[in-house]
Write a protein that binds this ligand. Structure first.
Ligand SMILES: Cc1cc2nc3c(=O)[nH]c(=O)nc-3n(C[C@H](O)[C@H](O)[C@H](O)COP(=O)(O)OP(=O)(O)OC[C@H]3O[C@@H](n4cnc5c(N)ncnc54)[C@H](O)[C@@H]3O)c2cc1C
Length: 396
């Protein structure tokens, strides 16, 4: 079977590994627009912090690809699909026939459509090349401003500090950090800790309306007319699935490429996995669902009867000294849920458990040992009953 994949991120590489586990039959061709083979994208944070090199986060060499029956085309994205002829066309003009075509081409970072967004020294972080550009400013630029106080924004800010940058400000539209992963008390505890440990500055409840400067960015201006000076601005305001080729191919899309439980799109023999896929109305944007989807697709392509029924959202912060986990329902607003929480602002400790009926439905932990937090995650992931033997890990 000939499988052609657009993208060489974690969903693509997992699909390759799983196909190989099931059988040696798949003949795989991967196209990527990046100029290097797969690397662990989340570990770009370590590269930004000067704690790892690109080689250290690039696990597989040419021999690995060959051993997995993969022909890899770097710097050569798929630009068109002729679904009637079952043929993919790359930027360099290669035409490849497929039995199965897989969109595993991820997301673009979202850049606020505001005046000044095209000024110099304004960046996003998605690829190794982005990291290289930002690192050129180390020691030379003084004021870094990150727009977006989500997981990625916080990780980037802490990495800049670990690389020696002392003047880092995070701007967040919501009145508290990580609005999707935390509740207000948890966010306040996290913010206090990040201020102390990484000397980060926060501007919360600020809607960015403009970037000012002549050639280079100089200032970030907010809707309330206040502003903060900036030599470098990093947008970390979410991502958008790359759907343009799917759209031109006639594949159904909404916010992402719409897939069913077998990861099939609306067009025969075309599939989508990872950040680009929208399953049961949901976009995930994290590694675990991308891996789960790729595993199911490997089975589907090998004619095994497997279904993907969705993933429970969970996030961990990769910031040294701050163990934070958020999983499932964390801030319930209906009478179906009950919760219990306890925190200590000075110690940087917070724990919240949410149950629905007699089942674990969500949790937040800050400053709880990672191993114990992961046991708690398991309870939520499995929807365990509140009297499970693992319940000792939720004791307060
Ligand atoms: C700095 C950073 C840190 C992160 N940390 C975490 C974390 O700690 N935990 C977590 O769960 N998630 C994290 N994420 C998110 C995570 O990286 C993504 O969820 C994951 O990479 C999605 O995998 P994917 O295979 O769907 O897409 P991607 O990894 O984005 O790979 C898609 C690839 O397709 C390529 N491509 C695009 N268009 C084409 C085309 N037309 N033809 C061929 N190739 C194309 C892209 O260039 C890219 O290389 C992080 C992201 C970033 C940027």
């Amino acid at each position: 079977m000939k499988v052609v994949i657009a993208g060489n991120g974690v969903s693509s590489i997992t699909l390759v590994k799983e196909l190989k586990k099931i059988s040696d039959d798949a003949d795989i061709e991967i196209f990527t627009d990046e100029n290097r083979p797969f690397y662990w994208r989340p570990r770009l944070i370590e590269v930004l912090a000067n704690e790892a090199s690109i080689d250290e986060i690039t696990p597989y060499d040419e021999k690995w690809y060959a051993a997995h029956n993969v022909k890899l085309h770097i710097s050569d994205p798929v630009v068109k699909i002729n679904s009637n002829e079952k043929e993919a066309i790359s930027k360099s003009g290669l035409k490849v026939k497929y039995d199965a075509f897989v969109f595993a081409n991820g997301c673009d970072p979202f850049i606020l459509p505001i005046p000044g967004k095209d000024l110099k020294n304004v960046y996003t972080i998605r690829t190794y090349e982005d990291v290289v550009e930002v690192k050129k400013h180390y020691g030379a630029s003084k004021k870094f401003v990150i727009i977006g106080g989500g997981i990625l924004g916080i990780e980037v800010a802490a990495a800049l500090n670990r690389a020696g940058e002392e003047n880092v400000t995070i701007v967040e539209y919501f009145p508290y950090l990580l609005p999707r992963q935390l509740d207000k008390p948890g966010a306040a505890i996290l913010k206090t800790y990040l201020e102390k440990r990484y000397h980060l500055k926060f501007l919360l409840g600020k809607a960015t309306s403009e970037l000012e400067g002549n050639e280079n960015v100089e200032k970030v201006v907010f809707s309330d007319k206040s502003s903060v000076e900036a030599d470098v601005v990093l947008f970390s305001a979410g991502v958008r699935p790359r759907i343009s080729i799917a759209r031109e191919t006639g594949v159904e899309f909404e916010r992402g490429i719409v897939v069913n439980d077998r990861l099939q799109t609306s067009v025969n023999d075309i599939y989508a996995i990872g950040d680009v896929a929208q399953h049961r109305k949901k976009l995930y944007g994290t590694v675990p669902p991308a891996v789960e989807q790729a595993k199911v697709l490997a089975n589907v392509l090998s004619s095994h009867d497997k279904k993907y029924t969705g993933s429970i959202m969970s996030n961990m912060l990769k910031v040294a000294g701050v163990d934070m986990l958020s999983v499932g329902m964390v801030d319930p607003d209906s009478g179906d849920y009950t919760f219990v929480s306890r925190g200590d602002m000075n110690k940087g400790f917070y724990k919240k458990i949410v149950t629905e009926g007699n089942k674990f439905a969500g949790a937040i932990t800050i400053g709880v040992k990672k191993a114990n937090a992961l046991k708690l995650k398991k309870l939520v992931d499995e929807g365990s009953p509140a009297n499970s033997p693992l319940t000792k890990y939720v004791e307060f």
